[in-house]
Structures are given as C-alpha cells and as structure tokens.
Design a protein around this ligand. Structure first.
Ligand code: SIN
Length: 540
C-alpha cells in the first residue's frame, strides 16, 4: 500500500457537474454540508449542456386541458415497456414542479409562452404538450449555466481535471472517500463519508453518439468495483435523429431534438415516403425506441435508396431558426438549410436507461455511495426513457440525494476513513477503445443477436489486458470495458425484444419470462456477471 500524495476532506464528494451533481451540491450546501465537486474535464463539459428538448413536467395551473401528473406517469410507464418501477416514477414526476421552481429561483430562465406562463412543447411518447424549454432548443445549456453560476460563489469548490479512480472503503465495505488523479496525474485522496456519483452515461461505448467525450461509463464501473449492483444495462436508448454528416460518423454527433417532430416535422426517406406511417398510432411522435427501430429497419430495407440515413422534413415549421437555433446552426454548418430542404438524420447512442441500482433518494446498496442522474437506475426509465424525463430526474433525485446524505450523517450511519488513508491505484481489464466501439456499434446497437453478442465477447477477450489505472484515458477505457461486458452479458441473456433492446433472433416481447429487470455485479475476479434480482434488489 502506498500513501496518497495529497488529501482533502469534505462531508460529501460529488462526481460530475451535470444537472444532478450540481443540484445535489447546491442543496447539500444549503443544508450546511461541506461539499466538494470533481469533474475529469471542465465544469461545462458534461452531458447536460447538450440536452435540447427540455424538462417534462406538469405545472399546476399551466398545462394542456386534461393533462395531469397521472397522465405523465402513464406515458412514462408505456414508454418504459413494462420495466419501470411505478412508485419511483410517481415520486420523481410528483417532484417535478417544485424542482423546476427551485431551478428558476437559482436563475434558470425558461421560454415564455406568448399567452403568459411557460412555453410548452411535445416530444415522442408524450400525450400532451408538457416539455418546458429554454433558449428554444438550448435547455441543457441554460440549466447548466444557471447551476454553475449558483455554485460559483466559492462555497461549492469544483475540482476540474480531476478523475475519480476508485472508491475508498472501510474494512466493512462502506465508502468513505475517493482515490483521485489530479490534472497532472498525481494520485490523491478525497475523504468523505458520502460520495455521490452523478457522472452521466456511456454513449462513448459506440462510434456515433449524441454524448460528449466524457460519457465513458466511469461512475458505473466505479460503483461496480465498490460492490454496488447495476440493472437494466442492456437498455441503451438510441436517439432517432442526430444530424447525419456523412458515412462513418465518429464521436459526438449534433442532436436534432425530438421537439422538431413535436412541432410538426416528419421523417421521410429519399423518395419522400413517410417512415413512421403505419408503424405506430402516434406515427412520428411514437416513443423513441419505436421510432429509432423503425428508422433502422427502413434503412436496412433501403426502400428510399439510402442505407445509413433518412430525412426529417421540417420545411413546414415557419420560424425554425428562432425556435431551434442550436439545430439550425448545426444544420447550416453541415450545409443544410432546414427551411428549404429535409435534414439528413440517423439514430445514434443517446442515453443509458439502466445503471447503478439506487432509490429515488440516491442511496445505493453500499453505505456511503449514492447515485443520481444518468449513472443511476432508479426505475424511472425501465426499458426505454420517455423524452425529457432525464433533466427532471436529475433535478429531483439530485435534491433528494443531498437530503438523504444530510439525514444519514445526522443519524451517524456513515463511515469516516481512518486518519491515515492509504490506497493503491487499482488494476483492471482494459480493451482497445477503437475495437470496442466498432464491435459494440456493429453487434450491440439496435438489432442484436446471440452470435453478434458472442463476437463482442471474443473481441473483448482478444483486445483486453490488465492495466494499472494511472491515467484518465486508462480509467475511461477500463470503464468502457466493464460497461461493455455488463451490457453484453445482460443483452445475451434477455431473449426477447423490449424497449431499446431489439433482438433480431427473438423479435417478440416475452411477458412470461422477461417482465423483469436483470441485475449485474462483479464477480471476485472483476468480471460482470448476472446476479439474482430478488437477492440484490428485492424484486421478482
Ligand atoms: C431531445 O431533445 O430530443 C432529447 C431530449 C432527451 O433526450 O430527453
């Protein structure tokens, strides 16, 4: 064991500067906790900033006629394809109005409706116009701006360019801090009785994604190594419409928000035929998994003459540039004028519906370890997330997690590290990122089968070596490796199609065998294995 080279202490360490992390940090500070936030990049480099659509919420006295919390709950359960936890769904959706009010108090400015109140739009799977937005299609950027500004008074220190490597645990397994690499790669320790993972998702498992570079599944991997369990990891949501910029797109692709369809745009192929006609009663506003899978099938069948994209015809939206300034700018940069011509689009990896098993207060099964936002699996999303429920979840669960930490500290149930913490950088299996992304995109995206998933396993076997996690890149690659292993284990076992998990060899939904979540944990040699959901989560 070696001593860390530097050390800092807090009551709560938050990993991530997205909506969940900053919301939790601000609430924790209000509750009098000493809080430290760390991010491996800079404050504004997370996923939140790229969220376009908005926050799904039914505001009292400001909703469509007939809309209600019950209707929002219903839409979420339908989108989640039978795997949501209804109690969690209700708790989070009911918390929405207060969460949005708090965010506005912190300075976030939402778009106003000409008739008064907040403007509302609609996205796939929503039965009403209930998505409030900011800057037209720049909701995430405004949420992040407001939260970072609120945190910038020095009472919420943000350590930028610091990578969380591993949880530090007491001999009884309670988390009491983090082993971290600073911006120069120097290891150090953040001691805290509570660690909240709010580190986002894992879109970088795939070659093309709407997610930024930082979305490498680090929080999921860290939690698994700390003894937590994950669930629903096979359900990676592909957004139906990122901007198609040419064959073989890599990395973060500009999103074309679903709100464009909410305001009348339709998906067509190269011949102008409607992609969603006859596929689902809600056509272009069907839940996201249905639309992404339909586009994928349409591209494979090639009826419109192209095999890797379709088009989004938004020429009927008269004030496109004003309503969707971010999308408009990205289109113009790609040489497309959405006012005059259909926008070329294709599905890309967007959101991890599963993650670290946690309750709506952010508590995981490991004392001292909490999770909120995309890294967490609260049961809100099930097998497919309803559009714009993620900022909502980050706001509600971020707040509740800070309150849970304060309560747990007051009850004295959390552990503090011993005075002299020693820790060693861990060794973990690391696969070559390029091969991993290539095989995941080819065999574990929309449309999977047993043979392809086995190919992913073999490629990972061949390209994986044990490495000491002493750089940010190795921490990320180890996280992607464990996330890929967890995903393919769960995807291979689930012999049905449901939500975002589309099997070409088991095309039907199987309510008898598969109306249940799968749970993953690490075995003693560090490999993800399926575990018993009854034992791990108390669910049948
Ligand atoms: C979108 O605006 O289409 C994405 C928003 C979301 O993923 O909820």
């Amino acid at each position: 064991m070696s001593n860390p080279l530097w050390e800092a202490r807090a009551d709560l360490v938050v990993v991530g500067t997205g909506v969940a992390g900053l919301t939790a940090a601000l609430r924790a500070r209000e509750l009098g906790l000493r809080v430290l936030v760390l991010t491996k990049a800079s404050g504004e480099d997370g996923n939140t900033r790229w969220a376009q659509g908005g926050v799904a919420v039914v505001l009292p006295g400001e909703h469509d006629e007939g809309d209600s919390v019950d209707a929002h709950v219903r839409d979420t359960l339908v989108a989640g394809a039978g795997l949501c936890d209804e109690a969690a769904v209700r708790a989070i959706i009911e918390g929405g109005p207060a969460a949005v009010a708090r965010l506005r108090e912190r300075g976030a400015v939402f778009d106003a409706a000409p008739t008064g109140g907040l403007a509302r739009t609609r996205e796939g799977g929503h039965s009403a116009f209930r998505v409030v937005h900011a800057g037209g299609d720049a909701t995430g950027a405004e949420v992040e701006r407001a939260l970072l500004a609120a945190a910038s008074d020095g009472r919420v220190p943000v350590l930028e360019q610091h990578v969380a490597v591993d949880a530090i645990r007491t001999p009884l397994g309670q988390v009491c801090g983090l082993l971290v690499l600073d911006g120069n790669g120097v290891p150090g320790v953040l001691s805290a009785p509570a660690v909240l993972l709010a580190s986002g998702g894992l879109g970088q498992l795939y070659q093309a994604t709407s997610n930024p570079e930082v979305a490498t599944g680090d929080g999921l991997a860290l939690a698994l190594r700390a003894g937590a369990v994950a669930a629903d990891v096979e359900f990676v949501q592909f957004h139906p419409t990122v901007l198609y910029t040419g064959r073989g797109a890599r990395g973060r692709c500009p999103l074309v928000t679903e709100a464009v369809r909410g305001e009348g745009a339709v998906l067509v192929d190269a011949l102008g035929a409607r992609v969603m006609r006859g596929v689902h009663p809600q056509e272009d506003l069907a839940p996201r998994d249905v639309v992404a899978a339909a586009i994928t099938r349409h591209m494979a069948a090639g009826p419109g003459g192209v095999d890797d994209h379709v088009f989004l015809d938004a020429t009927g939206i008269s004030d496109f540039a004003r309503r969707f300034p971010t999308v408009h700018a990205a289109c113009l940069q790609a040489g497309v004028d959405p006012a005059r011509e259909p926008i070329p689009v294709a599905p890309a990896a967007h959101f991890a519906c599963g993650g670290v098993v946690s309750d709506v207060d952010g508590r995981t099964g490991v004392t001292g370890l909490y999770a909120a936002g995309e890294v967490a699996r609260t049961g809100l999303h099930g097998a497919n997330r309803l559009a714009s429920n993620s900022l909502l979840e980050g706001l509600v669960v971020g707040t509740r997690a800070a309150e849970a930490v304060a309560a747990d500290l007051a009850l004295n149930v959390l552990a503090r590290c011993s005075a002299a913490v020693t820790a060693e950088l861990p060794t973990a299996p690391v696969a070559a990122r390029d091969s991993l992304q290539r095989v995941m995109s080819r065999y574990a995206a929309i449309g999977r089968d047993a043979e392809g998933l086995a190919v992913v396993g073999s490629v990972l076997d061949l390209s994986t070596a044990d490495r000491v996690l002493d750089t940010r890149e190795l921490v990320e690659d180890a996280a992607l490796t464990v996330a890929a292993r967890a995903l393919i284990a769960a995807a291979a076992e689930r012999e049905e199609s449901r939500g975002c998990h589309v099997r070409t060899d088991f095309t039907e939904r199987d309510e008898v065998r598969w109306q249940r979540s799968q749970v993953v944990r690490l075995n003693p040699s560090g490999q993800p294995v399926l575990a018993d959901p009854v034992v791990e989560m108390g669910v049948a």
